[in-house]
Design a protein around this ligand. Structure first.
Ligand code: GLV
Ligand code: GLV
Length: 321
């Protein structure tokens, strides 16, 4: 069958699909495909391996009657209208589990860098502005013995919380229901408002939905401690970026660490000017090994769906009974 991979990915998955006899076209540019390129290249394909930057909506699906299967190269799938896919009996898969640790590691990278002002200090050093050790220089906030607030207790949130063990932190979390993994770590389930008020570090691990969009807005920032640090490795739109810039400017919170943004690759211009924010270009799953395993999983999912078998990690499992 005809398969389109919308951007070069590690070879493992591409090879699997080709070995299975599919006609695989990989778009050659190492940048997101434009909507026009995506439309042109996907004509007549049965299988699509998409990036989180590819928008798959009902209008696109209506023009693609042959499409059977979409394997998203990401754990998040807010770029795909899953309801419209299910209606057309198009299978959708994501890549959970394999990127859990890598993403939790980036959340910790951001937490430590924001707490200890690592980005700001390194910028000053590189700019030749450092005149030697100083007792009042770059004073950050402590991590050990503090309270960690985890918003969203899915796989990544739970792994992130587990990694706090060496820092002897109190764990709070909020979630729609109690989480076995979080309870096993001794974490306490609290309301979103209570978590904001008590946590020294607030880390976001929720999917982007109508309910979570802009859940971190002006009202949420006003509940946080002035010494608190906000971390986001989920989706940018969970935060109202303009409200965050305001909160950081007014020192309503101490700092933020962000790996994701509302309109990537664009950032709210205020973020570039602030010293108390650490910004990374969406590298949560970006390790050599993780991206290889994601490539294999996405390809295996596509192979299963094209062969009318249940894939390993379906997003709309109801299609396979
Ligand atoms: C990355 O953001 C992912 O959803 O995998
Ligand atoms: C710092 O470098 C110290 O020795 O306290």
């Amino acid at each position: 069958m005809r398969v389109l991979i919308t951007r070069p990915i590690p070879e493992t998955g591409v090879a699997l699909l080709r070995e299975a006899g599919h006609a695989v076209n990989v778009l050659p540019h190492d940048r997101p495909a434009s909507p026009e390129e995506l439309r042109a290249a996907s004509e007549g394909v049965e299988g699509l391996l998409t990036m989180l930057t590819d928008k798959v909506d009902a209008a696109f699906l209506a023009e693609r009657p042959r499409l059977k299967a979409i394997a998203n190269y990401a754990v998040g799938f807010n770029n795909i209208d899953v309801g419209a896919c299910t209606e057309r009996r198009i299978g959708v898969t994501n890549t959970p589990d394999v990127l859990t640790s890598a993403t939790a590691e980036v959340a910790w990278t951001l937490l430590m860098a924001a707490a200890r002002r690592a980005g700001e200090a390194e910028r000053a050093l590189r700019a030749g502005l450092w005149d030697g050790w100083g007792p009042l220089q770059y004073l950050g906030v402590d991590v050990v013995d503090q309270t960690l607030g985890v918003v969203g207790a899915g796989r990544i949130g739970a792994r992130f919380a587990q990694m706090a063990a060496g820092f002897n932190m109190r764990l709070l979390y909020c979630n729609r229901r109690p989480s076995v993994a979080m309870e096993a770590l001794g974490a306490t389930l609290v309301s979103f408002d209570e978590l904001l008020a008590r946590a020294d570090f607030v880390s976001l691990h929720v999917p982007l939905t109508a309910e979570t969009r802009h859940m971190m807005g002006a009202a949420a920032f006003s509940r946080m401690k002035p010494s608190a640090v906000l971390i986001n490795t989920a989706r940018g739109a969970v935060i109202d970026e303009a409200a965050l810039v305001e909160a950081l400017r007014r020192r309503q919170i101490f700092a933020a660490g962000l790996d994701v943004f509302d309109e990537e690759p664009k950032l709210h211009p205020g973020l570039y000017e602030l010293e108390n924010v650490v910004i990374l270009p969406h590298i949560g799953s970006a390790t050599v090994r993780t991206r290889q395993v994601m490539s294999r999983l996405a390809a295996e999912n596509l192979l299963a769906m094209l062969g009318d078998r249940r894939p390993k990690t379906p997003v709309n499992p109801e299609l396979w009974g």
